[in-house]
Design a protein around this ligand. Sequence first.
Ligand SMILES: Cc1cc2nc3c(=O)[nH]c(=O)nc-3n(C[C@H](O)[C@H](O)[C@H](O)COP(=O)(O)O)c2cc1C
Length: 360
Amino acid sequence: MSLIEYKGFGGVRLAADLLGDENDPAVLLVPGIGQGRAGWREVADALVLSGRRVVNLGLRDEQQLAPHVEDLRLVLAQMGSRPVVVAAANGGWVAARALALDGAHLAAGLVVVDMPADEGAIADGLADRVAVPTLVIRGGFSPAQSSATGDAFSAALPMGESADIDDCDLALASDRKEALLGQLLEFLERRQPREAMEFKAGSDPRTLRDAMGCFATGITIVTALDAAGTPVGLTANSFTSVSLEPPLLLVCIANTAGTAPILRDAAHFGVNVLQIGQQPTSNRFAAKGEDRFANQPWAPGQTGVPLLGGSLVSFECQRESLHEAGDHFILVGRVVRAQFEPHRDPLLYFRGKYRRLHFA
Ligand SMILES: Cc1cc2nc3c(=O)[nH]c(=O)nc-3n(C[C@H](O)[C@H](O)[C@H](O)COP(=O)(O)O)c2cc1C
């Protein structure tokens, strides 16, 4: 076991025990607020024996839910793969809030054990937004208090299931722990199998995305000017070089992207390949509601397209062709100019995370 630190909200340091083999599927254990890491230790050891990588997280000393929610989202973003989050007591509400909305990017599943009642969360419709497979276990540590809010929560989960350990006659605490582990392992085997994953036509797009994520890429910002001459841009890793003679490249743009109509019409566009220091740029150009060009150094190229300062390479392209392709379109550009900086390291992307070059 080793001890690591994650950066939480506001720069707070969060200690975690790290156990198991880094190549095994990961489980993130979250305690209840005010409980320490010791509560999960036995479960952590058992999970390692069953072939899991375990991060046993310590929470900050704070009673309010909100900072813990932010912390958990930041910890998940720092983990190298999407874990199943297993949370105890009100840590379950922290985890559910952290995974509401875009949780599928952060975690492969959620298990909440002995969640206390929380009328506010039910009234908020929180469960509807938890977009990952979720198991609600009651009576995991001690006999369950029947909780109407807990029932309402699990019933409202889009991908929810529940297990009630009080159904069995469990006088001994060790038997209860065994039963809890059994439920946990069964869920993990189904939702986070140790064997190779498989996508088949008709499977969920998330699995396909994970399959595609096995291809390591760089990151680009695709830019153009809208009709009013205002710069627009979005983060895209679907960049490919296509042809040397003539010089062609392509990017695939989602039809649902806000910038899609502008890129469809643009006679010219730019493709800026990011270097290792530009991770904030990548985040900003992928996030909604941000003024992406505020504080962003850029200059118009010879065709007027916005080129981002500090990029590894900026390609200035004339639109060559456009091909409809499912929920994306393929934009092929003829390179009219490429300015590059050969000395910087690239910003990489692999399995849903930013990476950097590593030479052993
Ligand atoms: C690493 C990464 C790669 C992405 N690659 C693409 C891509 O190739 N094509 C695409 O349409 N969106 C891609 N996106 C998503 C867009 O950047 C994101 O949806 C953005 O908010 C779209 O902005 P818009 O709606 O203002 O156009 C990627 C996001 C990230 C974080």
